[in-house]
Design a protein around this ligand. Structure first.
Ligand code: FES
Length: 122
């Protein structure tokens, strides 16, 4: 079990969670009851769709599959499971610690800056 510190600079807020090395960090955030502001609607075909949304600790998410960039974060201390270079993240961004909260597990105690989606498109 590792200590994961999630830092929301815009709210000057830090949240520390205990996360196992085989757990997805965003799953732990949602499981711990931080999803009250999740917005859901039923699509024309009956599919439940969740909007990108923000919760009390500043996590933003939408697809939960590494396919939208809503949950982009930057790891500034410690290590997490590596993800591959992709359409959304190039080698330079990966080297700077950018990754997706919905795709990573901690590999040590770590500190993570939330809400970094805009950085990917600068
Ligand atoms: S929620 Fe879409 S990439 Fe993580």
């Amino acid at each position: 079990m590792f200590k994961v510190t999630l830092i929301d600079e815009s709210q000057q807020k830090e949240t520390i969670l205990d996360v196992a090395n085989d757990e997805i960090i965003l799953d732990v955030v949602l499981r711990q009851g931080y999803s009250e502001k999740d917005l859901t609607y039923i699509d024309d075909d009956g599919t439940e769709v969740k909007f990108a949304t923000e919760n009390e600790i500043g996590c933003i998410w939408s697809c939960r599959a590494g396919a939208c960039t809503s949950c982009a974060v930057r790891v500034i201390e410690g290590s997490v499971t590596p993800i591959k270079e992709s359409f959304f993240l190039d080698k330079d961004q990966l080297e700077k610690g950018y990754t997706f909260l919905c795709k990573i597990s901690p590999q040590s105690d770590c500190k993570i800056l939330l809400k970094k989606e805009d950085d990917l498109y600068e």
